[in-house]
Design a protein around this ligand. Structure first.
Ligand code: ADP
Ligand code: MG
Length: 357
């Protein structure tokens, strides 16, 4: 299962430590994403997998083989870049066949493989089309076909959808995921877009400043972030300073600023009574009502709407609590009956939550 094995890899560019002592294993056939803000080292890590950069320290193994002495063209990898790296003076078929040029195959073999690739990327009959007449999405599919025609075991994709508009990007996300499942090739996908990573990936590594903060599947990252940085980067998160009062297995009784006494998950950390911690709660785990709720097991605290945004399917509210500086983010589904109508800034509300949230 250790198909790609990155062991204690560091990359320095003179004074800049772009990748900082990274340990990471990627499984065969996995759709794996490297996610993090611009400048955190995603591209550098990907380029070391491709062999375009050598690690300053550490070793990368692919399929048990150490890669340090293997040049890019002999690695079982191929790369797709953000900018469509296709040749405008060649037609679509020539672009796709470009990767085969060194193999000196008979023309009929090349044509057959190109046609297979065109079917794969859903552009059948496009071989003679001029590359500069393609749309952005079509160009990126041609770049994908060119990378896949050599049948790499690993496809490295560096923000390949970054230049596309939102609608097309969402469509390509689904197509790319479907293609990966059909081919069973290992994809290592770089993105700074957390929704994109959550949509597409089997597992995600969240990076920050050259380090990996957490590796988990989308559900695990969202529900069990291992630190405040991951929690804030994946979706949005409210934080409240709190003090631990008691422990019961993985549940903590805490006193949290603005909320009072609440129950929280210890999230795998070993806390002690008296510890100062931050309690984290997702905006969608909170509810809003205009009257004090009476329901059993539902906790509430009084506040005032500071700002409200209507987003169609849901609304976003910021609620100011007594004695807490930063307002609390609350996200309410508009189909959900818990919030009647539209709450404007200045309205007095109750923020609610249940114990198992
Ligand atoms: P990301 O892809 O996450 O945006 P990069 O891997 O491109 O991040 O960059 C990580 C850090 O390394 C940045 O600070 C960047 O400026 C630096 N860096 C990347 N490539 C080079 C290079 N060839 N020379 C010097 N610094 C570089
Ligand atoms: Mg990059």
């Amino acid at each position: 299962t250790r198909f790609i094995d990155i062991q204690q890899v560091t990359k320095n560019f003179s004074a800049v430590r772009a990748v900082d002592n990274v340990d990471l294993t990627i499984r065969r056939g996995e759709f794996f994403s490297l996610l993090g803000p611009s400048g955190c080292g995603k591209t550098t890590l990907l380029r070391m997998l491709a062999g375009f950069e050598a690690p300053s320290e550490g070793e990368i193994y692919i399929d048990q083989q150490p890669m340090s002495a293997v040049p890019p063209h002999l690695r079982p990898t191929n790369m797709v870049f953000q900018s469509y790296a296709i040749f405008p003076h060649l037609n679509v078929g020539q672009n796709i066949a470009y990767g085969l040029r060194k193999l000196r195959l008979p023309a009929s073999d090349v044509q057959k493989q190109v046609e297979e690739m065109l079917a794969l990327i859903k552009l059948p009959g496009y071989a003679e089309r001029r590359a500069d007449q393609l749309s952005g999405g079509q160009r990126q599919r041609v770049a994908l076909a060119r990378a896949l025609i050599r049948q790499p075991k690993v496809l490295l994709l560096d923000e390949p959808l970054g230049a596309l508009d939102k609608k097309l990007r969402e469509q390509m996300q689904l197509e790319l995921r479907e293609l990966q499942e059909r081919l069973g090739i290992t994809f290592v996908f770089v993105t700074h877009d957390q929704e994109e990573a959550l949509t597409m990936s089997d597992r995600i590594a969240v990076m920050h400043a050259g380090k990996i903060l957490q590796v988990a599947d989308p559900h695990g990252l969202y529900e069990r972030p291992n630190c405040a940085r991951v929690a804030a980067f994946i979706g949005s998160m409210n934080f409240a300073p709190a003090e631990v009062r008691g422990l019961e297995g993985d549940r903590l009784a805490v006193q949290a600023a603005g909320f009072g006494a609440v129950n929280a998950s210890a999230n795998g950390h070993a806390w002690n009574a008296g510890d100062r911690i931050m309690v984290a709660v997702r905006p969608e785990k909170l509810g809003l009502t205009t009257e004090r709720p009476e329901r059993q097991g539902l906790h509430s605290v009084n506040g005032k709407v500071a700002a409200a945004a209507y987003l169609g399917d849901r609304s976003h509210y910021y609620v100011k609590l007594e004695g807490v500086d930063s307002p609390l983010a609350v996200s309410a589904q508009n189909a959900d009956r818990s919030v009647e109508g539209w709450l404007e800034a200045g309205v007095d509300v109750w923020v609610t939550w249940s114990d198992n949230a």
